[in-house]
Design a protein around this ligand. Structure first.
Ligand code: F6R
Length: 251
């Protein structure tokens, strides 16, 4: 595992955007696995700026997102489709037809999970999967559990995740209780995984994920079995991991 320590959120985003853009430059028609949440906002902003300047093109890229709330329409401002459109897709030259997310309004959750796994299979292995990290170690919406869920599945969100996501809604009652998420097999199918973390509030989850035991109780810990993981974090987010003696690659 490669670990890059950056001074702050801005530098972390620039580093992550650099890695992502290198991937697109080397393989312009690649598949990118994408994430939502606060962490990637600066990464998407940096990539969109490079695209606007003509330094980067997503015209041939396909994207597959990790997750979507169940029950939210694509036009709902808190849906992940809306997030991706407004923060990234509408700002770059990607073909909208080449962007995939689970359908939050699907009538039949089981059928939707099968459909999304078919989408992922047809798209082929992502060249890179971008991940944020939940405070409880979740990746996508793979929450702590007794076993790793491999395929796309519908999740009951934990109290910790609902409370963390309340900041985006008018009240906690409005936060959807369920979400579709790519499973662990989908995430691990990427040729390269890029985990972006920022802030002292993530420090504990980072240490548990990358220095503790591999366990479904800390879903991100499974990433330690992936052959090509890059962790990009700011100093605050990496503080606890550093205490464990994990070697750092500084640039
Ligand atoms: C979002 C996702 C989640 C977030 C995680 C961290 O698509 O899959 O796992 O990456 O909840 O969220 P932020 O970045 O808001 O701290």
């Amino acid at each position: 595992m490669r670990i890059y320590e950056e001074a702050d959120y801005r530098a972390m985003c620039r580093r992550a955007a650099n890695i992502l853009s290198a991937c697109v430059i080397l393989e312009p028609d690649c598949v990118l696995g994408l994430a939502t949440g606060s962490t990637p906002l600066g990464i998407y902003d940096q990539l969109a700026q490079w695209c606007a300047r003509g330094d980067l093109s997503f015209a041939a890229v396909h994207s597959v997102n990790l997750d979507e709330y169940r029950g939210l329409a694509p036009q709902h401002p808190q849906s992940y489709r809306y997030f991706m459109q407004s923060h990234f897709f509408d700002r770059i030259d990607i073909d909208p037809a080449n962007t995939e997310l689970p359908d939050g309004l699907a009538d039949d959750p089981a059928a939707e999970c099968i459909r999304y796994d078919t989408v992922l299979r047809r798209a082929g292995a992502p060249a890179l999967q971008l991940l944020g990290l939940g405070h409880n170690g979740h990746i996508g919406f793979n929450e702590p559990a007794d076993a790793f869920a491999l395929g796309t599945h519908l999740v009951d969100l934990t109290a910790s995740t609902i409370s963390a996501n309340t900041r985006f809604f008018a009240s906690e009652g409005e936060v959807p209780r369920q979400a579709y998420t790519m499973g662990i097999a989908g995430i691990l199918s990427a040729r390269r995984v890029l985990v972006a973390v920022s802030g002292a509030d993530k420090a504990d989850a980072v240490a548990r994920s990358f220095a503790g035991p591999v366990t479904p109780q800390v879903p991100a810990s499974i990433l330690r079995l992936h052959p090509d993981v890059t962790l990009v974090g700011d100093t605050a987010a990496l503080a606890e991991l550093k205490k464990t003696g994990v070697p750092f690659e500084r640039v």
